[in-house]
Design a binder for this molecule. Structure first.
Ligand SMILES: *Cc1c(COP(=O)(O)O)cnc(C)c1O
Ligand code: SF4
Length: 335
């Protein structure tokens, strides 16, 4: 389980203070939303092994008094997480088999994925990382040395993907340290960053980060993670614009979640809202079958049906690719 505080004590940036000020008590969250009465029935009565964490700015986008709010459902621990459901396990995507070095996963041709950190600004209840054994498994641990050496030794690696956890939970100086170490490797030609921080804590997209992105020697793709249009308020839209202004290509991936975004209206509005911010939908993921998340699952036929509706309503470039991760496959698998 993830308990470590990932942030250096000094110097403290505004986003780091907001990070620390996140809500971690489910009862406090329910109170803030005028839903305090639900605590006794909705919350788990035992430890789920995955604590709650949600920045206050994200909570401000939730509707008060609505127990079905699509943002609330993504972060609130619920009793249903304690049910054991066949097929939902602990290493849902077989990450432990794909290690090329500590904190480096090499599953797909040409791309190495760095688990940069175990930390996230928000704990999403559906996430496979709720069970990932991060201890000793992050690429940042030894100033990136082992990870960078593994990438240098494999000339097939053209793209380095920063993932986690959330790579933007690291201080920008730490990211700069990595970029400097990778800069001498001739076969690396693209950098990709998978992050939910610009969505849940848009203050993270600060001047330091933007300067770093501008200075990297590679074309950069930033893949955001938003699941519902309500996650994207004016501050998030402005953060997306700042990212685009660095020259980065900005994409979004979502997870199809029952009760959150499993309607054609919700998915169409998400795509439209993303494009308002200059962000292009990339993937719509079928849920990884991770223990504790079965109550979010949508069956494959409905998933295909929803995307067929999207295709009828939206320009092709606003229809995300519906995929699933299947252990051992050479790529994400289209449904
Ligand atoms: C998803 C994933 C990628 C990226 O896949 P794309 O289809 O290129 O987006 C790369 N490495 C790992 C380990 C992944 O899980
Ligand atoms: S931000 Fe991403 S990695 Fe972190 S808990 Fe949410 S889905 Fe998982």
């Amino acid at each position: 389980m993830i308990t470590a505080s990932p942030l250096p004590a000094q110097p403290s940036r505004p986003w780091q203070r907001l990070w620390r000020d996140a809500i971690t008590d489910p009862r406090e969250l329910l109170e803030l939303l005028d839903l305090g009465d639900l605590a006794g029935t909705v919350l788990p009565d035992a430890d789920t092994g995955f604590s709650m964490r949600v920045p206050r700015g994200f909570v401000a986008r939730m509707r008060r008094g609505d127990r079905s709010d699509p943002l609330l459902l993504q972060v609130l621990p619920q009793a249903a997480e304690l049910l054991e459901v066949a097929g939902f396990g602990h290493d849902a995507v077989a990450d432990l088999d794909a290690r090329m070095a500590p904190g480096v996963l090499h599953k797909y041709v040409g791309r190495a994925l760095l688990i940069t950190t175990g930390a996230c600004a928000v704990n999403c209840r559906y996430c496979f990382r709720r069970h990932f054994p991060y201890a000793g498994q992050t690429a940042a641990a030894d100033h990136w040395q082992t990870a960078v050496a593994a990438i240098r030794a494999d000339v097939s690696i053209e793209e380095v993907i920063l993932s986690g956890g959330d790579p933007l939970s690291l201080a920008t100086a730490k990211l700069a340290e990595l970029a400097a170490a990778l800069a001498g490797i001739a076969h690396v030609r693209r950098l990709r960053i998978h992050t939910r921080l610009p969505i849940v804590l848009p203050e993270r997209v600060d001047a330091d980060l933007l300067a770093w992105l501008r200075a990297t020697p590679w074309p950069v793709a930033v893949v955001l993670h938003a699941n519902h249009a309500n996650e994207i308020d004016a501050a998030v839209a402005a953060a997306c614009q700042r990212l685009r202004d660095t020259g980065a290509i900005v994409l979004n991936q979502s997870v199809l979640l029952r009760g959150v975004n499993d309607s054609a209206d919700a998915l169409a509005e998400l795509s439209a809202r993303l494009f308002d911010c200059g962000v292009v939908p990339y993937y719509l993921h079928q849920l990884d079958p991770v223990a504790g998340a079965a109550h979010f699952s949508v069956d494959d036929d409905r998933a295909r049906d929803l995307v067929a509706h999207l295709r009828e309503r939206l320009p092709g470039y606003l229809v995300p690719r519906l995929v699933r991760e299947i252990p051992g496959s050479a790529a994400k698998v289209p449904l």
